[in-house]
Design a protein around this ligand. Structure first.
Ligand SMILES: Nc1nc2c(ncn2[C@@H]2O[C@H](COP(=O)(O)OP(=O)(O)OP(=O)(O)O)[C@@H](O)[C@H]2O)c(=O)[nH]1
Length: 391
C-alpha cells in the first residue's frame, strides 16, 4: 500500500478516537451533589465543549439546559458564633488569685511588720512607708498607722490572726464598704441606661467598654455600643470585634467623624431597639488639652439632648499613680465622673490607689480590670480585695 495512504488512515483513526472521547465526556450526566466545574473554572477539555455554545455576539457562555450544572446552593454567610460570657456575680472571686499575685507582697509585708517582736517607732514608720509605697496616700497612711497603734496597745497580744483582723478592718474602713458601687445599667422610663467611658490615652477605655458589654450580656442584658472614638480608626474596629462576639450592635462612623454625633446616634439606636444599656467609648484625651476636654463636654451635652447620662466611668490605669489622680480631678470637673474603672490592677502592687482616688474624688471605684482576657473585668468588691491582699 502506498505509504501516504497508510498515514492518512492512521491520522483519520486517531482523530475519530479523540473526537469520540470528548463527545462522551460532554454528554455524561451531572451527578447531583457532584457538580461539574462551572465555565469559569473548567479545565481545557470542558472549555472546548462549551466553547461551541459561546454566543458569538455577546461572547457570553450559554450552556444548554440539559447540560446546565445544578444551581449551587447559595453559601450562607457563616453567622459568627456568639459567646456566652460569665455573669457579673462571682467575677472578682474568680480573679482573686490575680489580685493575690499582684498585691500580696504589700499585705504580707504589713502583716510581718505588725507581728514582729519589737513594734517600736522605726517599725511603725516602716508600716507607714509600706502603705505609702502602695499608693494609699500620705493622709490615709498616717491615719491607718495611728489607729493601728492605739488598737494594738489595747489588744495587748499580737498573734497573727488578731493582727490580720485589725489590719483587715482598717483597710476596709479606708476602702469604704458603705459606698454605692452599683454601675447604673438598668433601663428606666422605657429608655436604656447610658454610660460614657472616658479617660486619657491607653488607660484601657475601649477594652473596658468591650468587657463591660460582656459583663452585661452575661447578666442577660441587651447592649448597644457607640464607637465615639473616631480619632483612632483601630478603636472602632476593636469595639466592633468586642460587640460581634456577644451580639451587641456597634454604632460607628468614618474616621474623624464628630464623636458627639456618633454618641447621639448610638443612644437613638438604643432607644429604637429597646436596648437595656448604651455604652459609649470616647477617644483618649490628655486632661491637659483644653480643646479635647471641651469636646468631651460637648459629647455629653449632645447625648443629654436625647437621654440622661446615667454613668460616666473614668478609666484609670492603676500603674500610673499620682498622675492618675491629676487626670481624675480634671475629668471630674468637665464631665461629672460617677465611677472609676481601675484597670491593670494585675500589673502593679499599688492597689492602695483605690483608697487615694476615692478619697480625693469622692467617687467610688466600681470596676476593676485584672488582666487582658475578655472576662478579666469585675465589679469591685472591697472584702474580696482586702482578703486577697492579706492572703
Ligand atoms: N494587664 C492588663 N491590661 C489591660 C487591662 N485593661 C486594658 N489593658 C490593656 O491596655 C491596653 C490599652 O487598652 P485600650 O482599651 O486600647 O486603651 P484605650 O484607653 O482605649 O486607648 P486609646 O483609645 O488610645 O486612648 C491594651 O493592650 C489592653 O489589653 C487590664 O485590666 N490589665
Amino acid at each position: 500500500m502506498d505509504i501516504t495512504l497508510i498515514a492518512a488512515i492512521v491520522i483519520a483513526v486517531v482523530l475519530l478516537a479523540v473526537g469520540g472521547f470528548f463527545l462522551v465526556r460532554t454528554q455524561r450526566p451531572v451527578k447531583p451533589g457532584k457538580e461539574e466545574p462551572g465555565p469559569e473554572t473548567t479545565g481545557a477539555a470542558g472549555a472546548t465543549a462549551v466553547e461551541e455554545d459561546r454566543d458569538r455576539d455577546s461572547g457570553t457562555v450559554r450552556t444548554p439546559p440539559s447540560q446546565a450544572p445544578p444551581e449551587a446552593p447559595a453559601a450562607e454567610p457563616a453567622a459568627p458564633e456568639l459567646e456566652t460570657p460569665p455573669p457579673s456575680a462571682g467575677r472578682m472571686v474568680r480573679l482573686r488569685a490575680r489580685l493575690a499575685r499582684s498585691q500580696s507582697s504589700f499585705g504580707q509585708g504589713l502583716l510581718n511588720l505588725l507581728s514582729s517582736d519589737t513594734l517600736d517607732d522605726d517599725a511603725w514608720e516602716e508600716i507607714e512607708d509600706t502603705l505609702i509605697t502602695a499608693d494609699i496616700g500620705v493622709a490615709s497612711a498616717s491615719q491607718i498607722v495611728e489607729s493601728l497603734r492605739t488598737r494594738v496597745k489595747v489588744l495587748g497580744s499580737r498573734g497573727h490572726d488578731e493582727v490580720r483582723a485589725l489590719l483587715r478592718e482598717e483597710l476596709l474602713a479606708h476602702i469604704r464598704t458603705d459606698a454605692d458601687r452599683t454601675v447604673r445599667t438598668e433601663p428606666h422610663n422605657g429608655r436604656p441606661a447610658v454610660i460614657m467611658v472616658v479617660g486619657v490615652n491607653g488607660t484601657g477605655k475601649t477594652t473596658t467598654t468591650g468587657k463591660l458589654a460582656r459583663v452585661l450580656v452575661g447578666d442577660g442584658r441587651s447592649v448597644v455600643l457607640g464607637a465615639a472614638d473616631t480619632f483612632r480608626a483601630a478603636a472602632t474596629e476593636q469595639l466592633q470585634t468586642w460587640g460581634s462576639r456577644v451580639g451587641a450592635p456597634v454604632v460607628r462612623k468614618e474616621e474623624g467623624a464628630d464623636p458627639a454625633s456618633v454618641a447621639f446616634d448610638a443612644v437613638s439606636r438604643g432607644i429604637e431597639e429597646g436596648a437595656d444599656t448604651v455604652i459609649i467609648d470616647t477617644a483618649g484625651r490628655l486632661h491637659t488639652k483644653t480643646g479635647l476636654m471641651d469636646e468631651l463636654g460637648k459629647v455629653k451635652r449632645v447625648v443629654e439632648k436625647k437621654s440622661q447620662v446615667d454613668e460616666v466611668l473614668l478609666v484609670l490605669d492603676a500603674t500610673t499613680g499620682q498622675n492618675g489622680l491629676r487626670q481624675a480631678r480634671v475629668f471630674g470637673e468637665v464631665v461629672n465622673v460617677t465611677g472609676i474603672a481601675l484597670t491593670k490592677l494585675d500589673g502593679t502592687a499599688k492597689g492602695g490607689i483605690i483608697v487615694q482616688v476615692q478619697r480625693e474624688l469622692g467617687v467610688p471605684v466600681k470596676l476593676v480590670g485584672l488582666g487582658e482576657g475578655p472576662d478579666d473585668l469585675a465589679p469591685f468588691d472591697p472584702e474580696v480585695f482586702v482578703d486577697a491582699i492579706l492572703g
